[in-house]
Design a protein around this ligand. Structure first.
Ligand SMILES: Nc1ncnc2c1ncn2[C@@H]1O[C@H](COP(=O)(O)OP(=O)(O)OP(=O)(O)O)[C@@H](O)[C@H]1O
Ligand SMILES: [Mg+2]
Length: 669
């Protein structure tokens, strides 16, 4: 039972980080403990969350990573020289022992000779230290520049990804690309590259010097290599395996902690503390077991290699001693040789240990690059139409060769033109004609939606949960593109408008409120960055937010943190409305904007907004039908279709779905 539960938990939390295993989870879920875990958003994969995976295409990823440091070729070249210099100095420094010892053991040896030898050695080592210092400084600069650029590119790309990407990818997983994956790459660039080069030079250099010093002894050392490699493979392989398991377990545990922390209120409400503690204990126990193994195998690598190198050392010393006695091999030579034979195993060991870092880094880089390779929001049409300000008027700037100008009744309402553009007023008429759309190709969410909102009109959408109201708004501002039909604004298909211009034309209060870390003023100004303080206040008044804002500790300068955690749900909505109200966009979309606001305040907002709405086309979604009574037209949606339309009185007369909703009939069945 215990094992079963542990496996279920592992699968569940692993899938948060790796959505591809969702399907397996669904299958496992059938037998697992019921019910979803505590809710909460802002899923964040903890550090060390991703299991170490083997990269898929090492060469390609390496190439792409290299491109990030390639523009600093001169610095890299200096680093390369420094690594060579440092390593060679190290080798040469230790080789200096030979003449010193030989000189001392010979009859002509003297103190001044010794001092000279030691001084030369010191100079060589100093050069080595200087080279290492320089190399470290430059390389850290290079790698941090590369990481900085990588992060910038990743974030830049994320801003261009379509909403679909965020709707289909786990937030924790997206976050972990910035944390774990970028860190892993940084770790590799910081140390591994240099260590690999210096390791390789060390191996080759030591080997050459060993041969130079004594070929026979070299053979003994070389004979030990397969044994050492075998040990590295056996211990290293296991250590990697358990290390991977440990990483996955850390990820799982972090996921669990994070979810329990964000969902702590729900945990408490449903008295799940004891279960949470128990589940945590399972995961924690599991991690402990894996950590013991990982640490053990990671830890014995050093002693195992140390002992093998001792064996090699003793063997070399014995045979070297015999060579000294019988074959006249110089003692200085023997001294440096045994040193080298010891040094020789170190880089082999080091390089072997780097493999893990390299694999994690490459796997991380692959995950980062996979985001960069994601399809961005579709590019604007070649002759996209822009909205420009001319003499304080907002105008569509329509290229003379745009598909829009080829429409039959085009020259209508053109206010001016120059050599390359026609200009038309921005008014805000919204038309949907036979729009059909599905989030997934195999399921249509909206069917044949048609409607026309004249500039300045208020159109309302009502209907049951999941009917498709929010989806319509997602299509108008092109969060998603439609499958069939057309959506036009002032007769211009939204696909022909520059995306930025389109979204500047539409001010929205989304169903999920979101506030950024910053002051109340900054949050409202987010709707139009050049708004003055008076305008911010005016917008707040319109949204009936002013009276509560002035009672906050620092008024408009109160800091909001954690999505406005220090405000009530309704207050958050009011700030969201103010943010939309400050924008001058001719189209306003309110998706359940006042769902958490009391009816009296709602009336106030309505009054304030009426003035605002008079010049704007407004699309309102509301469950509370009193808010939509005065709309010019009300669309009743059911299962992605408009089943009734008309104004409040028409719809009541029809005695259909709206009538049922309004009179509460449908609540009874
Ligand atoms: N990102 C998405 N991916 C796939 N399906 C989605 C997505 N968003 C919504 N849906 C589905 O589309 C349908 C319509 O959802 P929509 O959000 O438009 O409903 P709604 O009318 O706004 O409901 P509510 O009143 O609860 O806000 C629902 O069945 C929902 O499951
Ligand atoms: Mg909705």
């Amino acid at each position: 039972m215990r094992q079963e539960k542990l496996e279920y938990l592992q699968k569940k939390y692993e899938s948060r980080l790796n959505p591809s295993s969702d399907k397996e989870l669904a299958a496992a879920g059938a037998h697992g403990p019921g019910g979803p875990g505590p809710g909460g958003h802002g899923r964040r994969g903890g550090r060390g969350g991703m299991p170490v995976k083997k990269p898929k295409n090492v060469k390609k990823t390496m190439g792409r990573l290299f491109a990030y440091i390639a523009n600093e070729k001169l610095k890299l070249f200096i680093v390369f020289l420094c690594v060579i210099g440092g390593t060679v100095a190290n080798l040469a420094g230790s080789y200096m022992l030979r003449p010193i010892i030989n000189g001392l053991t010979s009859p002509e040896g003297s103190v001044s000779f010794l001092l000279k030898g030691i001084l030369t050695m010191a100079v060589i080592y100093l050069v080595g230290v200087a080279a290492q210092y320089l190399q470290q400084r430059i390389m850290i600069g290079v790698s941090q520049n590369a990481i900085c650029k990588l992060r910038n590119d990743l974030f830049g790309k994320m801003q261009r990804l379509p909403v679909r990407y965020y709707d289909t990818n786990n937030h924790g997983d997206v976050m972990s690309r910035f944390t774990n994956d970028v860190d892993a790459v940084g770790e590799m660039l910081n140390n591994t590259v240099v260590q690999l080069i210096s390791g390789a030079i060390n191996i080759v250099g030591t080997f050459a010097l060993m041969i130079y010093t004594n070929v026979w002894l070299t053979l003994i050392t070389v004979a030990m290599i397969p044994l050492m490699l075998k040990a590295v493979q056996a211990v290293g392989g296991r250590s990697r395996k358990y290390y991977r398991a440990q990483q996955a377990a850390i990820g799982t545990l972090n996921g669990y902690i994070e979810e329990t922390v964000t969902g702590q209120k729900v945990v408490k409400v449903f008295n799940h503390e004891e279960e949470a503690r128990e589940e945590f204990e399972y995961l924690n126990h599991d991690l402990r077991g894996k950590q013991i193994k990982a640490q053990f195998f990671g830890g014995i690598m050093g002693p195992v290699m140390g002992n093998l190198s001792q064996v090699s050392y003793s063997l070399t010393a014995c045979i070297g001693g015999i060579l000294c006695v019988l074959r006249g091999f110089d003692i200085g030579g023997l001294t440096v040789f045994v040193n080298y034979s010891r040094q020789f195993s170190r880089p082999i060991n080091e390089v072997a240990m780097q493999v893990n870092t390299i694999f994690s880094a490459l796997a991380g880089a692959e995950r980062v690059f996979s985001v960069m390779d994601e399809e961005p929001e579709r590019a604007d049409a070649e002759q996209a139409i822009r909205i420009v300000e001319k003499e304080r008027r907002s105008l569509y700037q329509i290229p003379k060769k745009s598909p829009v100008t080829e429409a039959e009744n085009f020259p209508e309402n053109v206010v001016s033109q120059d050599d390359s553009y026609y200009y038309k007023d921005v008014k805000g008429a919204v038309t949907l004609a036979d729009v059909t759309f599905g989030y997934n190709p195999d399921k249509t969410t909206l069917k044949n939606i048609s409607l026309y909102a004249k500039p300045g009109q208020k159109i309302a959408f009502v209907g049951s949960t999941g009917a498709g109201k929010t989806t319509i708004t997602n299509l108008i501002n092109r969060f998603y593109d439609i499958d069939a039909g057309s959506i036009t604004i002032d007769g211009i298909p939204v696909t022909e408008l520059e995306r930025d211009s389109l979204r500047r034309n539409i001010s929205m209060v989304l169903q999920d409120t979101h506030l950024f870390t910053g002051t109340v003023r900054e949050n409202i100004r987010y709707g139009r960055l050049d708004a003055t303080d008076e305008e911010v206040e005016q917008a707040a008044r319109t949204a009936s937010a002013h009276s509560f804002i002035v009672h906050l500790e620092h008024g408009y300068d109160t800091m909001l943190e954690g999505d406005g955690a220090n405000l009530s749900q309704g207050q958050r909505q009011l700030i969201n409305i103010a943010r939309a109200a400050i924008s001058r966009a001719p189209i306003l979309i309110l998706d359940e904007a006042t769902s958490s606001v009391d009816t009296r305040t709602e009336k106030h907002i309505e009054k304030g907004m009426d003035r605002l709405m008079a010049q704007r086309t407004t699309l309102v979604i509301a469950h509370r039908l009193s808010t939509v009574r005065n709309a010019n037209a009300i669309m009743v949606l059911e299962n992605g279709e408009i089943i009734e339309r008309g104004d409040h009185d028409d719809l009541l007369m029809q005695k259909g779905r709206y009538y049922e909703l309004y009179t509460g009939l449908s609540e009874l069945d």
